[in-house]
Design a protein around this ligand. Structure first.
Ligand code: SF4
Length: 251
């Protein structure tokens, strides 16, 4: 069973009535014999904009309403078409559900941060950032962290799969990732965090801890690796800049 959208649970009988029945009533009936339920998109997976404060309709994601049935979340606003197809093809081909991460997303598509596969990552590592939209650094294709990019804390396949048959994705179009596949991203200030300070290596250890529950020793190892990678990449990029090869294309 595939569900699109969250379910309003406030003021029963007012919101989203179909043929005189509440959408919650229909959801429970239809899911009763389902092999599994797939929550398509961020509305069904985490409530998305409908459940942002003050959430007047009581919009609720599917996993909070259904018990006792396997549930797969495929968040994204919208979710990536190839990811949606991949989940269905897996179930049809193997007759089993795909392996899921800790919050119910298929690991095949949500086990890496957007930041991990971002083509602007060398600029992040070298400390080269867009400061404001349309500044010279934006034209050079530098990292979008300081203008609100949530790639370091967002798990999704955007940077690999891209959109529109692999044409582009938000970061490639010049706008930071706003974390649409993460829980409560509207209330977390997804769209209006601007000029955020660069936290240095702290964000690396934080995001890696969230992702894999890294032990302290692993964190120390990652930090050491990040320092060495930074020094190496900074040197290379600064040399290229001196030679006049300062755009992302050149690098
Ligand atoms: S902060 Fe955003 S733009 Fe910068 S490297 Fe990470 S994902 Fe890419």
């Amino acid at each position: 069973m595939c569900v699109e959208g969250s379910v309003p649970t406030e003021a029963e009988g007012v919101y989203c009535m179909i043929g005189g029945r509440t959408s919650l009533d229909i959801l429970k009936e239809v899911s009763a014999n389902a092999k599994a339920v797939i929550a398509w998109g961020s509305c069904a997976s985490n409530g998305c904009v409908q459940s942002a404060k003050p959430n007047p309709t009581g919009a609720t994601p599917i996993h909070k309403l259904l018990k006792g049935v396997p549930l797969i979340k495929v968040p994204g606003c919208p979710p990536i078409g190839e990811v949606m197809a991949g989940v269905l093809v897996h179930i049809i081909t193997f007759g089993t559900l795909p392996e899921l991460d800790g919050i119910g997303r298929p690991k095949a598509f949500y086990s890496k941060r957007v930041h991990d596969t971002c083509y602007r990552r060398p600029f992040y590592d070298a400390g080269l950032f867009v400061e404001t939209f349309d500044d010279d650094n934006a034209k050079k294709g530098y990292c979008l962290y300081k203008v609100g990019c949530k790639g370091p804390t967002t798990y999704n396949a955007c940077a690999v799969t891209k959109w529109n048959n692999g044409t582009s994705y938000p970061i490639q179009s010049g706008h930071g990732c706003f974390g649409c596949s993460e829980e409560n991203y509207w209330d977390a200030g997804a769209l209006y965090l601007r000029n955020q300070p660069f936290p240095g290596f702290g964000i690396e250890s934080d995001a890696d801890k969230v992702g894999v529950g890294a032990a302290i020793a692993t964190g120390v190892g990652l930090a050491a690796h990040a320092v060495m990678t930074n020094i190496r990449k900074s040197k290379i990029i600064n040399e290229l800049i001196k030679e006049g090869k300062e755009s992302e294309k050149d690098l």
